[in-house]
Design a protein around this ligand. Structure first.
Ligand SMILES: C[S@@+](CC[C@H](N)C(=O)[O-])C[C@H]1O[C@@H](n2cnc3c(N)ncnc32)[C@H](O)[C@@H]1O
Length: 264
């Protein structure tokens, strides 16, 4: 199982659900019992709790992450073998989970077993992420690192809109998809999180964590060393621009909210 740190999840989800229209099809106001599968630190769980009076359950396979989640019930378990009886929730949902599974259809089938009404998935197309930056080398380097990662990763991290195909294969009906762009902007005055992210760029830490995946995708160790050296130089330039309050960056991640109904 691919593991995620709480810091990474909190940083990448910041501000994601400031606008919530894309969740309209989940009809949160009328739900009674919701399950968030692969909840991580509970970023989507929190939205469910704010937008409904439902009992909200959260499940993850990572015991460390589950400890960060505020929910009515926290469950440790596997998305493809949920520890719940059939039809006990009226919404089973996930966010950025299917892209991490080798058999996403098996998970959606399991969601449909546990739901008496709706199943939903909020999944990105990571191949279509865009970055704009005042540091000229940042967008091409981010694209190079992303392409190498996608080449090496063993699940479909670009699933996005294709989640609808998984839903139909799992037997769900009335399947609909709404696109939602998560835009994260960094500009002065910089918050603590932006300063920490810049410092991490300058060490190339996250690239180092991804090195096994980059190697699996065919990136030679020489090519990796070159990429990391350029990445760290770019990170130092980001830090330098921040000292002058000159640094600005906008990252856009396209997400797709897919909703389907369990047939009667
Ligand atoms: C990219 S994170 C998304 C977390 C959260 N939903 C969010 O959007 O911030 C993927 C999550 O799925 C969990 N996960 C991965 N495989 C799983 C599985 N088979 N069953 C349950 N959880 C799983 C990971 O531990 C991680 O918390």
């Amino acid at each position: 199982m691919r593991r995620f740190s709480a810091d990474y999840l909190e940083e990448t989800r910041r501000g994601m659900w400031a606008e919530r229209d894309a969740l309209d099809a989940l009809r949160l106001g009328s739900r009674e019992r919701i399950l968030d599968v692969g909840c991580g630190t509970g970023e989507l769980t929190a939205v469910f709790r704010e937008e409904s009076d439902a009992e909200v359950l959260a499940l993850d396979a990572d015991a460390d992450l589950i400890g960060h989640v505020a929910a009515d019930e926290r469950l440790l378990g596997d998305a493809t073998r949920l520890p719940l009886s059939g039809g006990v929730c009226d919404l089973v949902a996930c966010q950025a989970l299917l892209i991490n599974l080798s058999d996403p259809v098996a998970a959606v089938r399991e969601f449909a077993r546990v739901s008496s009404d709706l199943v939903a998935a909020v999944e990105p197309n990571n191949a279509a992420v865009t970055v704009e930056s005042t540091v000229a080398s940042e967008p091409p380097l981010a694209a190079r690192a992303r392409d190498a990662y996608i080449e090496g990763v063993d699940t479909n991290v670009s699933l996005g809109a294709d989640a609808a195909d998984c839903f139909e294969e799992a037997g769900l009906v009335d399947v609909s998809t709404t696109q939602y762009e998560h835009v994260q902007a960094v500009q002065p005055p910089y918050g603590e999180a932006a300063l920490e992210a810049a410092a991490r760029k300058a060490t190339g830490e996250r690239l180092a964590e991804q090195q096994p995946t980059l190697a699996a995708g065919g990136l030679s160790s020489d090519a990796y060393d070159a990429l990391r050296a350029e990445w760290r130089e770019m990170g130092r330039e980001v830090v330098a621009q921040m000292r002058e309050n000159d640094y600005e960056r906008v990252e856009t991640v396209p997400f797709y909210v897919t909703v389907g109904r369990v047939p009667e």
